[in-house]
Write a protein that binds this ligand. Sequence first.
Ligand code: BES
Ligand code: ZN
Ligand code: ZN
Length: 512
Amino acid sequence: MKITVEVGDIIQFKADALVVNLFEGVTQPGGGTGAVDKALAGVITEELAQGKTFKGKVGETLVLPTYGKLPARYVVVVGLGKQADCKGLQLRRASAAALRACKKLRVKTVATLLHGAGIGQVDSQVASQLLTEGALLGVYQFTLRKTGKTQPEEGTDALKNPIETVVIVEQDAAKKEKIARGVAVGTAIAEATNQARDFVFDSANYVTPAFLAEAAKKFAKGDVTCKVYEKADIEKMGMGSFLSVSKGGGQDPKLIHLTYKPKGTPKKKVTIVGKGITFDSGGLSLKPASAMELMKDDMTGAAVVICTMKAIAELGDLDIQVDAIAPSCENMPSGSANKPGDIVTAMNGKTIEINNTDAEGRLILADALVYAQKEIKPDELIDLATLTGACIVALGKEASGIMGTDDGLIDGIRKAGENAGERYWPLPLFEEFKEMLKSEVADIINAGSKGQAGSSAGGIFLNEFVEEGQKWVHLDIAGPSYTDRDVPEVPKGATGVGVRTLLYYLYGLNAV
Ligand code: BES
Ligand code: ZN
Ligand code: ZN
């Protein structure tokens, strides 16, 4: 689905469906929506007067056939919510809902008004970026492994998207360039998110460490380069903790490192690290079947950092050096797997007693964090990981846990998340939690006391591999990485959570 911009009048536009909008509480539509209402003999005004089917709440849609009164076959009116709340979340969501309604209508071409432009802080570039993000995120569906015969039923929006083009119709020619820029930014952000969703949705027999490494190499274009470290390199670098996890699986480990360097001297260096366990069985500390079912999603962090670099390669125009690091392997039980009680040595020389082989994410991240600090010396270090089930217990699916060593960085990521429509909630790294990780036989144990502050224990463990003074933040995305709740811009399943937050953060994008 491609999004374009044209100058003109929406009611004359030749598309299969027109999308117009309405703020909650408006009784008499104006502008483009008013013109459509007039052409359709006041049917929108009448619906509003009845107040039953459509009130203009965020994401509400009203589908109207035009019976030949307009060149388009259908009009979709989408609610933008209250005008006072007109910002990122609402506009992204409204656009997603509108395009999902169009998808259900099985149309090929859509013309749309630019929702919310000129209201509050939303200028036409931000409005078109949000419209684009919402549209592409909303119609997303994982179709890679479905054959024609097993497509979902007609009349649902779960069918393959038939929409080929969405044209933003703008009356003012002077705004065209800004709108086109918003479309370009929104497209890169949404396509990167959807790519991450594809990687996470896809199964672990396809998405192996080698598969992720090949994808990363393919995304390295323009000012982005990619280096993949093989098993022998990982051994040479002394990453005993990462290697120990990979030993049980049938796949060789890969350490994926993508770098974006700006043309001039970088303003700062930001490194993003993502957990890339392509399947987490728990290892010999085996998970029960029900808890294992979805463990193909344990590489969300890796997919997110790799796909963030895909967007950066496409967008460029960033004066920050960005490095993405993804340690990737399987966590499987076998004769060569980690055994509870094994002691391994990380790249910084610290010894770890593995009391639970299912706390493997922190084992691979420990080495990746040490590598990042040694090789890059970043100003800011951010890791993303589906690290703990405890984080889902604490925050559910509505927020990721956030913890780290620098309040400024934590606030920056949370603000970016708010703009991006992704929520992060702070969890503590109390000094006292260190007690939980005391080992009798090694420097540190990998799994803390059962049933106690599990997400913080994961954070405290990682903190042991972060040098004094390093600005670092850890995002536990275990909850939001895969959802069962269908939200217009976040369809059920793999969400690609984090891609948008990172891109909003790095590019300093604002939508609230
Ligand atoms: N990948 C899991 C965490 C997870 C659980 C992600 C559910 C998404 C959904 C992680 O490797 C894990 O198993 N963590 C353990 C840690 C424990 C052994 C200290 C957990 O959460 O039980
Ligand atoms: Zn695990
Ligand atoms: Zn895991």
